[in-house]
Design a protein around this ligand. Sequence first.
Ligand SMILES: Cc1cc2nc3c(=O)[nH]c(=O)nc-3n(C[C@H](O)[C@H](O)[C@H](O)COP(=O)(O)O)c2cc1C
Length: 350
Amino acid sequence: MNYEDIKKLLFKIDPETVHTTVEKLTGLATYCPFVSGFMTKQSLHEDDILVQELFGTTFRNPVGLAAGYDKDGKMAGFLPALGFGYIEVGTVTPLPQDGNPKPRLFRHPEDETLQNAMGFNNGGMVALEKRLEKITPNVIPIGINIGKNKLTTPENTIDDYKKLVSRLESYGDYLVVNISSPNTPGLRDLQSEEFIENLFKEIKPLTQKPIFLKIAPDLEIDTAVSLCKKAVESKADGIIATNTTNDYSLIDGVEHMGGLSGKVLTEKSGALFEEIAKELYKKTTLISVGGIDNGEEAYRRIKAGASLVQVYTALIYKGPALLKEINSTIAKNLEKDGFKNIKEAIGANR
Ligand SMILES: Cc1cc2nc3c(=O)[nH]c(=O)nc-3n(C[C@H](O)[C@H](O)[C@H](O)COP(=O)(O)O)c2cc1C
């Protein structure tokens, strides 16, 4: 049975139910070397041309799993078998929380788009720590994406991020400050120069690990670029652009809730990434995410200045074969363009 057939069945079931079932099955598959061996053979494209060192960590390829798919690190032991170069767990909050009422995850298959209003449903940092402890040392690099609890007051917001960094930093290869989810009231308002400066002043001394800032695609381009510049001046180690969009005009007849991801985001996210890269390429590490669903698009983002890319929604629409397609296409393009290693292509269009 190919993925298109499996998808026909899966898409008859509520998306969050599918997700929790997959989470449980992959959790079990971690203990079946036969399954992970088989999946690795199917999905991993191994090629030295894709291997790079970034902030002291080796990445076997540039394609990572975006935050939100494995919020609790329950699948982190198995996900390397899907061929990723790295994975990002979270968003995790200090305390466990339920997230928004269900239903809160919707498919728009005709647009290869997802709409989610999850609201950081997760088991909290202590539970994540226990799971990550079990899989350390990691097979592939792990990023840990952190966010504030919904009920944390504005005065205590920075404290949430401090707690998360202190507790989890030793388990990740990098950390990500998420202030760009549309589903936690007031979170995106933290995307201000003042907050970013104060936040990084407080959290940077707590770890030697790189800390990225993840931003929304819905800011005015100039504002977004200024915020990213401010983050880098404040010693952020990199930028992840972008989170989901709440520009509902991108899709017809859509309910105005949550964030849209996937194909509708490709142009918007890609355009913002270009502008950020114009300013910050070579000054910091850039990760591009948003509507990447094939190798050509991933290669475009790399040449625009992305050291790494991430995918989420395309994995749902195209299945795990996506990873092999993206990585083999990047490798083919690198060879065609005469690059000996991916490092040489990063920002080649700048
Ligand atoms: C169901 C769902 C949950 C998500 N949860 C998070 C999250 O917890 N933290 C975060 O930073 N981004 C989250 N995202 C955003 C993704 O990490 C990514 O930035 C966005 O979906 C764009 O990439 P894509 O078009 O490849 O999906 C979520 C996305 C989806 C679809």
